[in-house]
Design a protein around this ligand. Structure first.
Ligand SMILES: [Zn+2]
Length: 461
């Protein structure tokens, strides 16, 4: 019997590789730089690693530069790409998060399953070419513009999933519960109609149907999301938490991105958003729980997020664009939280820019050079990111792990002359997505010489 191509073993030979990092998942700064590494893969998993292999083995694919583990984009809204850079040219933009949100709603309301599928395929192709191997798509554009379900109730979700499959990126579809326009509202506003299932029971019924529809897709998983404590009442949030717990699926939520969310939570619920979600069962949830932004927190919020080792998805390039503020990553990590990163609004799609911004923003705030080590930043994008999205054996170049990795060329103008010992630092602090030359996802070469092998002309069309 002949084995299919995906099941045959295949060898890659990396000039340099960042190994391990996952053997001790509780330790953020493990990982080691190795030279001349032969990586054998079979059926989408790494089955063998040999270091100090001087010559490229016969039949192996050489990877020149530094090969990193797969990098996870833990927070994405693909359609936000439509309003990238859409700001006035000749005026300053004395604007707020809330007016940007109106612009974003307008973009959302123009989407159809067909147009969203095309757009998302381009966005996911841009992601893989920049070095992201997995994406957590925080998806809430569920229904027709007036809120009625499509004839196929999963049309929008399938458009996004199939876009990911066509680009070759691994995906956790975070199906988002979105039921009200604010803490003092019972329902959504007109511009949010297509985000809402009406009730949490309807949301759950639709997502259960989606789970059945998605079964059997090896690079696609499902997770749940609560849009925010603004958009879901504490009682309904508790239902979503219970659902994620009973299915052992990851749960994500926007948290305290803007001061107004905290002010309204205090006014109407006499609590912080963190207190509300922890009381709704998140503190006891043993599936992965990831909060997004976590910008405006009280010391007691930081303590409780840290105590349950919550994942915190930082999206610093978006947080800059939206004037959100700076996530207190130093205090969060010290309390026990686990960082990961996301491209969120797609204003920039570049894992290296997100990673160094996490550190550089702390430098600006603290006056200290070096809050987060380069190794811990790499762990944030790889192991932590994969775990936050429910891929437990992903995000490390280690035997038994998913065959996802990213090779950064180090001979271009930006990185040439970097010393070998500090190559990982040179890449994290100095590379950008254009330096990514090869990307392997699920054992398949998805990017070769910087371009998608799946959709080579997608971004030229
Ligand atoms: Zn978001």
């Amino acid at each position: 019997m002949t084995r299919s191509r995906a099941q045959q073993s295949r060898v890659f030979w990396a000039e340099y590789a960042w190994l391990g990092g996952a053997a001790q998942p509780q330790v953020n700064d493990t990982g080691v730089l190795a030279e001349s590494v032969a990586i054998t893969i079979e059926a989408g998993r790494i089955t063998d690693i040999a270091v100090d292999v001087p010559d490229v083995p016969v039949g192996a694919t050489p990877l020149a530069g530094l090969t990193l583990p797969g990098l996870a984009n833990t927070h994405s809204h693909a359609f936000h790409r439509l309003i990238r850079g859409a700001e006035p040219v000749h005026q300053t933009n004395a604007d707020s998060f809330w007016s940007w949100r109106d612009q974003m709603y307008e973009a959302a309301n123009g989407l159809t399953p067909e147009s969203y599928g095309r757009l998302a395929a381009d966005v996911f192709t841009e992601m893989v070419q920049a070095g992201y191997t997995t994406v957590g798509e925080f998806h809430y554009v569920h229904h027709e513009r007036d809120g009625r379900p499509y004839n196929d109730p999963h049309a929008m979700e399938l458009a996004v999933v199939e876009a990911a499959q066509s680009a070759g990126i691994r995906m956790t579809l975070l199906d988002t519960c979105y039921l009200r326009a604010g803490f003092n509202k019972k329902t959504v506003d007109e511009a949010q109609l297509r985000f809402s299932d009406g009730t949490v029971e309807e949301w759950e019924a639709r997502v259960e149907g989606l789970a059945r529809t998605l079964r059997g897709r090896s690079t696609i998983r499902l997770g749940g999301a609560i849009h925010s404590m603004r958009a879901v009442s504490p009682d309904d949030a508790a239902m979503v938490v219970r659902w994620a717990g009973s299915r052992q699926l990851p749960l994500h939520m926007h948290l305290s991105e803007q001061p107004m969310e905290n002010q309204q939570a205090k006014r109407y619920e006499h609590a912080t958003p963190t207190e509300l979600i922890m009381r709704s069962g998140a503190m006891q949830l043993d599936a992965a729980f990831c909060v997004v932004h976590a910008t405006h927190l009280l010391p007691s919020d930081i303590k409780s997020l840290g105590a349950r080792q919550t994942f915190v998805s930082c999206c610093p390039t978006t947080e800059r664009v939206l004037a959100d503020g700076i996530t207190p990553t130093k205090a969060l990590v010290e309390a026990g939280a686990r960082l990961c990163v996301g491209s969120d609004s797609q204003s920039i799609i570049d894992p290296f820019e997100e990673l160094r911004a996490v550190e550089m923003h702390q430098r600006l705030v603290t006056g200290v050079r070096g809050t987060h080590s380069v190794a811990s930043l790499l762990a944030a994008a790889s192991t932590n990111g994969y775990n936050a999205l429910g891929w437990e054996n992903g995000g490390a170049i280690a035997v038994g792990y998913l065959a996802d990795f990213v090779t950064v060329a180090t001979t271009g103008d930006r990185l040439r002359n970097a010393a070998t010992a500090t190559l990982p630092s040179a890449v994290v602090l100095g590379a950008n997505g254009d330096d990514v030359h090869h990307v392997v996802i699920n054992g398949e070469v998805v990017v070769r010489d910087g371009r998608s092998t799946r959709r080579p002309s997608a971004l030229m069309a």
